[in-house]
Ligand binder design. Structure first.
Ligand code: 7MK
Ligand code: ZN
Length: 880
């Protein structure tokens, strides 16, 4: 062992809190160097808890304790104990008022947890366990209290003082200070507390709720960003309306505030009435933000807003239940975005993300169930499994129940549990109670880790006209869970006839067929058979339509089957999936044999798709996008880093060469004409055009280069500028350098745009990229203290540049380990996230394995490693 193994926390050890807190009154005297926090807690013994040893232990970290008083009597150090993590009162009555005063130091808080300084403002981040860095408290989500918060600060430096709830008082004080008091009428767990102090301006609007109440909406930003808030405000209003219509959820306070901050560990935070955002998910103007940024903002604004009901009004009993609020809220934001844009394209992108991040996580050393069993550091469990797979698990229940029943079930959930801290099991029980369905076996999705593999075989018997599907499910072992019980899996399928149309479906034993289209089969056993009858020819099965469950599918399709599905499947998702399977097959074929030819029918299909006048451009762009190099790696027994890169480049170039004329036409026909609009139609046009330009640039002809340069120079919008810049940087030479220079000169004062400048260089596949990244670490605009900047340079290089990060000499690994060791003392959350880039080290060849292992060991050997990084590094090395 390298260091004392930190304590691991288990779900089975959950006990209700011995004390409850009914009310908290906080008084902050704010100052970046030393802030004083006075807390008055009204506590009482929890009647539902078993009695402990008579002591009261409050969480608290990095607090300078100045005063403790119980029921207005000052305590002396013999009445309590203080250690690095807690304050323990030795003898306490059944009811008490506890007063503490502590000092904290926001300017020294580089971890960005608790109260910290971001630029000239002060802000908080308390989820999951940051509140204990602000004051002594029962910092656990099942302790819900009413909060009153008084903020005192210098009026000139901090004219705006915000906290949760409603502003109930504001007054000037002597010495240039002022005071603002906030009162939050809704009981909440401490992780939802927030405060903001700064010199901020607000964009204001309003919303009239379904029942006719007026809500004030405010987005607070630094004054120079006031012109980048329109899209966020419109997104918020859309989200509020949608939640009323789709889920019957109305907003409940008179004001809803969003604040954009530039130093933030995550995307955003749903603090009651005062959402705090990474400014990346607020600020957008057509010339500064891409379509992907606009989409991200709409989705994240909605996500945080939706938490008001799924998270805040109803919260988690403990952090093992994180997916109760996150899985459900992600499902809700996915559905919202599907309704705002193109449902089909949204589903494709969500599944792409799930496959790219969650599947590998589920197959790696940190695999965990949607409801984890144990953790060392909860911050390591804000994962693709809890979020994205959690959303899939909610989606499966919504699909199993159908829209009406699901709505009844969520109504029941909101009514039954309003104001409570509950579990994922409580959620499923509402699904059962409202529908009368038994979800006993379904619950395994919450407690078994791993991605089930469905192996499907189809057998057509021409004499009887029967087509039998045999389906086996198998879930590989995951750490600590070797044997898996079978899952309850909804499987939406259709059968295509020789003309490409859906066939009527009739299972043996059924009196008649269902109408042509999709049917949902429900799997429960390890192996099941479904025999379809009345078929006059061998059908082509369209399996997993719309991706009904987070599983992997194995079916022995021929190339012709895939081309057929790609052309005819009535399910848009499966048309895309067939194309991706085919592309993956071609690419892996090229990896195995670089001389393998590409069959002519592939180019024909590609061309037909490209020229189909009826097709939706956004969907088409998805169909014609090659699977990423890292995704291809995930499909191999041993990742062939360089082989994949060669194949990827070769196929891209071939497509460019063989379809040059058609691509050129598509490029020209879809160029920007009017002003920028963020609509599915317009962004689909841009996606397709830029995809075409990408293929053309691979060919390396002068025409494409010229088009690319003009697109960059025209600067219609950031989507087109970034697409061109990326291609020019990959092209290299004087053109690439010039574009980077121009871009820097134009945008060096817009921090979010500058992040793009860093990341476009970090993700270039040019051979000298790591050298360039190292240089950029020393750039005056680089800082390890800004998480967005770290992600845009270091994160982008290590997670979105497989061929360069995994360089055979191990230089990428050394670079990452050095950054992790440098960052860990400053910001363990960011360090630990970066470190996850090496967690799948066992998927590579022995040489790379040894190099990565050595770097992980070097990190683990560090004396002062955080729990965050320790957990990831030690789990990475655990024997299988
Ligand atoms: C999203 C928690 C927060 C990872 C992804 C988010 C976080 C981490 C936003 C922070 C959130 N509650 O709303 O889920
Ligand atoms: Zn969330």
């Amino acid at each position: 062992m390298y260091r004392n193994t930190p304590h691991s926390i288990s779900l089975h050890d959950y006990r209700p809190p011995e004390f409850l807190i009914d009310r908290v009154d906080l008084r902050f005297e704010l100052d970046p160097e030393r802030t004083s926090v006075e807390a008055r807690l009204r506590l009482r013994r929890n009647p539902a808890a078993t009695r402990g040893d008579g002591t009261l232990r409050l969480h608290g970290e990095q607090l300078d304790l100045e005063q403790v008083a119980m029921d207005d009597h000052p305590l002396t150090p013999t009445d309590y104990r203080v250690d690095a993590e807690s304050l323990t009162l030795l003898r306490v009555p059944d009811r008490l008022t506890l007063l503490t005063r502590v000092r904290i130091h926001p300017n020294l808080n580089t971890a960005l947890e608790g109260l910290y300084q971001s630029g000239d403002m002060l802000c908080t981040q308390c989820e999951a366990e940051g509140f204990r860095r602000i004051t002594y408290f029962l910092d656990r989500p099942d302790v819900m209290a009413r909060y009153g918060t008084t903020l005192v600060a210098d009026r000139r430096r901090f004219p705006v003082l915000l906290s949760n709830g409603n502003r109930v008082e504001s007054q000037d004080l002597p010495d240039g200070r002022h005071l603002v008091r906030w009162e939050d009428p809704f009981p909440k767990p401490s992780y939802l507390f927030a405060l903001i102090a700064g010199d901020l301006s607000a964009v204001e609007d309003r919303f009239i709720t379904a029942s006719g109440r007026e809500v004030e909406l405010k987005i607070y930003v630094e004054p120079h960003n006031l012109d980048k808030c329109d899209h966020a405000m419109r997104s918020l209003q859309k989200a509020m309306r949608w939640d009323e219509e789709r889920f019957g959820r109305e907003y409940d306070l008179d004001v809803f505030m969003i604040v954009a901050v530039s130093h933030f560990n995550m995307g955003a935070m749903e603090n009651k009435g005062l959402n705090v955002f990474n400014d990346k998910y607020v600020l957008a103007r057509p010339d500064t933000a891409t379509d992907a940024d606009f989409e991200g903002i709409e989705g994240v604004i909605a996500h945080e807003y939706f938490h008001n009901w799924t998270g805040n009004r109803i919260t988690c009993r403990d952090w093992f239940q994180l997916s109760l609020k996150e899985g459900f809220t992600v499902y809700r934001d996915q559905e919202f975005s599907a309704d705002m844009g193109s449902r089909g394209v949204k589903r494709i992108n969500d599944v792409r993300l799930l496959r790219a991040h969650q599947f590998p996580e589920d197959g790696g050393p940190m695999a965990h169930p949607v409801r984890p069993e144990s953790y060392i550091e909860i911050n390591n469990f804000y994962t693709a499994t809890v979020y994205q797979k959690g959303a899939e698990v909610v989606r499966m229940q919504a699909n199993l129940l159908g829209p009406e029943r699901f709505r009844q079930a969520t109504d029941l959930y909101f009514e039954r549990h309003d104001g409570q801290a509950v579990t994922t099991d409580d959620f499923v029980r509402c699904m059962e109670d409202a529908s009368g369905r038994d979800l006993g076996q379904f619950r395994r999705w919450y407690d078994q880790a791993g991605t089930p593999e469905l192996t499907v075989a189809g057998d057509y018997d021409a004499t009887s006209g029967a087509y039998t599907l045999t389906i086996r499910q198998y879930t590989p072992p995951t750490p600590g869970q070797v044997v898996k019980a079978p899952f309850h899996i909804p499987l939406a399928i259709g059968l295509l006839g020789p003309d490409g149309r859906d066939l009527p479906l009739r299972l043996a034993g059924e009196p008649s067929a269902t109408a042509p289209g999709t049917r949902v089969l429900e799997l429960r056993e390890v192996e099941e058979r479904f025999c379809f009858i009345d078929l006059t020819a061998r059908p082509v099965p369209s399996l997993l339509r719309g991706f009904p469950a987070p599983v992997k599918l194995r079916f022995d399709y021929s190339d012709d089957d895939l081309l057929f599905l790609m052309a005819h499947d009535s399910d848009g998702f499966n048309r895309w999936d067939a194309a991706q399977t085919l592309l993956q097959r071609l690419l892996l074929g090229l990896v195995a044999d670089p001389e393998a030819g590409i069959p002519e029918h592939f180019f024909d299909a590609f061309r037909r798709a490209l020229l189909d006048p009826s097709s939706d451009r956004a969907l088409l762009a998805e169909v014609l996008t090659l699977p990423s190099e890292s995704y291809l790696g995930d499909q191999m027994e041993v990742v062939d880093v360089d082989g994949i890169h060669r194949a990827y480049m070769a196929l891209g170039r071939l497509v460019g060469e063989r379809l040059r004329e058609d691509l050129l036409r598509v490029y020209r026909d879809n160029r920007e004409t009017g002003p920028y609009a963020f609509t599915p139609e317009a962004s689909g046009r841009r996606a397709l055009k830029n995809l075409a330009l990408g293929y053309l640039m691979r060919v390396g002809d002068a025409q494409a280069l010229q088009d690319c340069q003009s697109q960059f120079a025209a600067g219609h919008n950031m989507t087109d500028v970034m697409a061109a810049l990326r291609l020019l940087v990959d092209h290299g030479g004087a053109e690439g350098a010039q574009a980077l220079d121009d871009f820097y000169r134009r945008w060096s004062r817009e921090s979010l745009v500058l992040d793009k400048w860093f990341s476009v260089q970090a993700t270039s596949s040019r051979p000298d990229t790591l050298e360039r990244v190292r240089q950029l670490m020393g750039h005056t605009d680089f800082s390890l203290r800004n998480p967005n900047r770290v992600r845009s340079l270091v994160g982008a290089f290590c997670t979105a540049n497989q061929v360069r990060f995994h360089a055979v000499d191990g230089d990428g690994y050394r670079f990452l380990a050095d950054r992790v060791l440098e960052l860990d003392p400053l910001n363990p959350q960011i360090a630990s996230r970066l470190l996850k880039a090496m967690i799948r080290w066992r998927c590579f060849d022995p040489g790379r394995q040894a190099l990565m292992r050595a770097e992980i060991e070097r990190i683990l050997a560090s004396e002062e490693l955080s729990n965050d990084a320790f957990e990831v590094a030690s789990k990475a090395l655990e024997s299988r």
